[in-house]
Design a protein around this ligand. Structure first.
Ligand SMILES: Cc1ncc(C[n+]2csc(CCOP(=O)(O)OP(=O)(O)O)c2C)c(N)n1
Ligand SMILES: [Mg+2]
Length: 321
């Protein structure tokens, strides 16, 4: 399924929105303005954009600790996201969750998660719900290479496999869990061998090419919607920043590797294609960027001008009524 020009522009716009939002976070965290842990998605934008473009509003996704890109690609509001990251009362979790707990059920974003692998069993539940509801909805779950070494990863694959759940597994293999190389940590060697052992078809793709992600996710989603059961996409990619932005621990990834992957920037690659194919003129590209920058600025202003939650709010929303 080749994306037409309209879709290409949408994919590019989503990726650039993620990039500009994240760049703002990098700046604000470096300046000491944002508390807590912020895991940057810069470098991996094509995966969220390419997959979520095939999902409907009612389809549910579950994310991981590096989750801002998935929120944006699924249609979450930048202002409420930024406010949450700043711990403000107008944020998605009223300022009590922060970067790693942004959820927006109204767009089918069930949440990010600070516990590695924890989104996987939640996604099997979401896919099971979709199967029971019988309205043709599906679920998708995003997780890292490190999550594939967690017990719940195998439980989720097994359940999805035996119940033929309408679930798309999206592994964002950025080749490291903090500083641990995936190649060192995984006895199976190749991630994509594991789903096959659970009778789930798998494909390895280049996660920095949004067109490739779009095509692969399109084929996978079409099969899942037809009732063929789960599918597993392993997307090879690389994160540009340290594991989390304010991390003091040294980045131990080999020298030169980052520069090599920066040359494979998913956003710059797409911009070049759009220009060379005459889909967007330099002026139109600039206009898209300027509009996104205004949206990010507005989100940031909204967060800064919002109040913090009060101590008496601490126990609200902790238990369901
Ligand atoms: C169960 C659990 N173990 C360890 C951690 C600490 N931790 C947070 S992120 C992370 C690495 C995860 O790597 P990966 O799944 O590849 O995602 P990436 O950060 O590369 O996107 C670790 C070990 C945690 N949060 N939860
Ligand atoms: Mg990783």
């Amino acid at each position: 399924m080749q994306p037409d020009d309209k879709v290409l522009i949408e994919l590019y716009t989503t990726m650039l929105t993620i990039r500009r939002f994240e760049e703002r976070l990098v700046r604000e965290v470096s300046a000491g303005n944002i508390p807590g842990f912020v895991h940057s998605y810069i470098g991996q934008e094509a995966i969220a954009a390419g997959v979520c473009r095939h999902l409907r509003r009612r389809d549910r996704i579950v994310s991981h600790h590096r989750g801002h890109g998935h929120c944006i690609a699924k249609g979450a509001d930048l202002k409420r996201m930024m406010a949450e990251i700043y711990g403000k009362k107008t944020g998605y979790c009223k300022g009590k969750g922060g970067s790693m707990h942004i959820a927006d059920f109204s767009v089918g974003m069930l949440g990010a998660d600070g516990i590695v692998g924890a989104g996987l069993p939640i996604s099997t539940g979401a896919a099971f719900a979709a199967q029971l509801e019988g309205k043709g909805d599906i679920a998708a779950v995003f997780f890292g290479d490190g999550a594939c070494n967690e017990g719940e990863f195998h439980e989720a694959l097994n359940l999805a496999g035996i119940w033929k759940l309408p679930l798309l597994f999206v592994c964002e293999n950025n080749q490291y869990g903090v500083n641990t190389p995936a190649a060192y940590a995984m006895a199976a060697g190749e991630i994509s061998r594991i789903p096959k052992a659970h009778n789930i078809p798998a494909r390895v793709i280049f996660g920095n090419d949004v067109e490739e992600v779009y095509r692969a996710a399109g084929a996978a989603v079409a099969g899942i919607r037809k009732g063929e059961g789960p599918f597993f996409l392993e997307c090879r990619t690389y994160r540009w920043h340290k594991h989390f932005l304010s991390q003091q621990l040294e980045d131990l990834r080999p020298a030169g590797e980052l520069e090599e992957w920066k040359r494979k920037c998913p956003v710059a690659a797409m911009e070049k294609k759009l220009r060379n194919r005459g889909v967007l003129s330099p002026a139109k590209l600039r206009a898209i960027d300027e509009k996104i920058m205004r949206q990010v600025d507005a989100a940031h202003d909204f967060a800064l001008s919002s109040p913090y939650p009060q101590p008496q709010d601490a126990l609200h929303d902790v238990y369901s009524s």
